[in-house]
Design a protein around this ligand. Structure first.
Ligand SMILES: [Fe+2]
Ligand SMILES: [Fe+2]
Length: 339
C-alpha cells in the first residue's frame, strides 16, 4: 500500500513536469487524480482480502520467542500463470496459512525437546517431541502439496526465529496446556469434524493424518504436565491456574470468501469460523475439566503428605534460561500472529 502510494506520488510529480501538467487547471487536478487512484487501489486490496478469506491464527503448536510471542515462517511462493481463478486463489491461501502453521510447529517441538533434555525429563517425553517433529514436517509437506495442486507452484518456507530453550518449568507447563492440550487438541477436533464433510480424497487423507497426529500431540502435552506436577507441584500448579484463567473462548477460523457458502466450505475442508464456534466450547470445557482433575488430585496428595508449601508461590530455582511469567504468554487458543 505504501509502495503504491509512493509510486503514484512519483508519477504525479513526473506528470506535473510535462507540458500537459504545466497548465494551471490541470496542475490542480494532478493531486486529486493521484489521491483517487490511491484510494481505488487501497479499496481493491481490501476487497481482495475480504473476497479471498484470510486469518491471523496458528492451527497447532505455535513457535514462540523468548518473550512468548508466536511467529510464522515467511513464504516463498508464486502461483503459476493461468491458475488464478477465485476458487484456486482462495484455496491456495487457505492451505498456505495452514502449511505455515505446521512448519512453525516443527521448530516449536525442537525447542520443547531441547528444553526437556535440559531439565532431565524422561526419555519417553523427549522421544515424543522428536516423533512430533517428524509428524509436523509431514503435515507441512501435505499442506504444501495442496498449495501446489491449486496454485501450480510449491511453496518454500523460511522461519528465522531463533531457538527458545528454557528450563523454566512454569513456562513449559503453561505452554503445554495452552499450546498443546488446547491448541493442538482443538486442531485435532476440528480436523476430525472437517474431514467428515469433505468430498475430495486428497484433502480427506490430509485431515485424517492431522486429526490423528494432533490428538497424539495433545496427549503428549498432558503427559508433560503430569511430569511437571510431579517435579515441582507448587510451580506447576500456579502456572497452570494462571494459564487456565487466560483461556480464550474461541478460535477465529479462516474467514470464507464472500462467494463461498457454508455447504461448499464444508466439502472443501475449510477452517470455517462457524465450525470453530460450534466445536470449540466443548474442547475448552473438556480440557478445563481434565486440568481440574490433575490439579485436584495433586492437591489431595499434598494434603495426604501434609506438605506445607503445596500451592504456595514457589521459589524460582528454575529461573534461568529464557524466563517468561505465564501471564506474559500471548493469546492462547488460536494464537494470533501478525501478517
Ligand atoms: Fe500439525
Ligand atoms: Fe501438532
Amino acid at each position: 500500500m505504501l509502495l503504491s502510494g509512493a509510486a503514484m506520488t512519483a508519477c504525479a510529480e513526473a506528470w506535473a513536469r510535462t507540458s500537459f501538467g504545466r497548465n494551471k487547471v490541470r496542475r490542480r487536478l494532478i493531486p486529486i487524480v493521484a489521491a483517487l487512484a490511491w484510494i481505488a487501489s487501497a479499496g481493491w486490496f481490501l476487497l481482495m482480502q475480504f473476497a479471498l478469506g484470510n486469518s491471523g491464527c496458528i492451527y497447532g503448536r505455535p513457535k514462540r520467542d523468548r518473550d512468548g510471542r508466536a511467529s510464522l515462517p515467511s513464504t516463498r511462493h508464486r502461483r503459476r500463470v493461468g491458475r488464478s481463478s477465485p476458487s484456486s486463489r482462495s484455496l491456495t491461501r487457505h492451505w498456505l496459512q495452514i502449511a505455515r502453521g505446521e512448519y512453525a510447529s516443527i521448530g516449536a517441538f525442537v525447542d520443547l525437546e531441547q528444553s526437556l533434555l535440559a531439565l532431565g525429563a524422561p526419555d519417553a517425553l523427549v522421544a515424543g517431541c522428536r516423533r512430533a517433529q517428524v509428524q509436523e514436517r509431514r503435515h507441512a509437506a501435505l499442506a504444501a502439496d495442496l498449495v501446489e495442486r491449486w496454485s501450480g507452484a510449491r511453496p518454500r518456507f523460511v522461519h528465522e526465529a531463533s531457538p527458545t530453550i528454557t528450563t523454566d518449568l512454569a513456562r513449559i507447563a503453561a505452554e503445554s496446556y495452552l499450546d498443546g492440550c488446547l491448541n493442538e487438541g482443538a486442531a485435532a477436533a476440528e480436523a476430525a469434524v472437517r474431514r467428515d464433510g469433505v468430498t475430495d480424497q486428497q484433502v480427506r487423507a490430509v485431515l485424517d493424518v492431522i486429526a490423528t497426529d494432533e490428538a497424539e500431540h495433545a496427549e503428549l502435552a498432558w503427559t508433560i504436565i503430569e511430569w511437571a506436577v510431579a517435579v515441582d507441584a507448587p510451580t506447576t500448579i500456579r502456572a497452570l491456574e494462571s494459564a487456565r484463567a487466560r483461556t480464550t473462548p474461541a478460535r477465529r477460523g479462516i474467514r470464507r470468501p464472500f462467494w463461498m457458502t457454508t455447504a461448499r466450505a464444508r466439502t472443501l475442508g475449510w477452517i470455517d469460523p462457524e465450525l470453530c464456534r460450534r466445536v470449540h466450547p466443548d474442547i475448552v470445557a473438556a480440557a478445563e475439566a481434565r486440568l481440574s482433575k490433575v490439579l485436584e488430585s495433586e492437591a489431595s496428595e499434598c494434603d495426604a503428605r501434609d506438605t506445607p508449601d503445596c500451592g504456595e508461590r514457589p521459589s524460582d530455582h528454575h529461573s534461568f534460561g529464557c524466563n517468561v511469567e505465564p501471564d506474559r504468554l500471548h493469546d492462547t487458543v488460536g494464537v494470533r500472529v501478525p501478517g
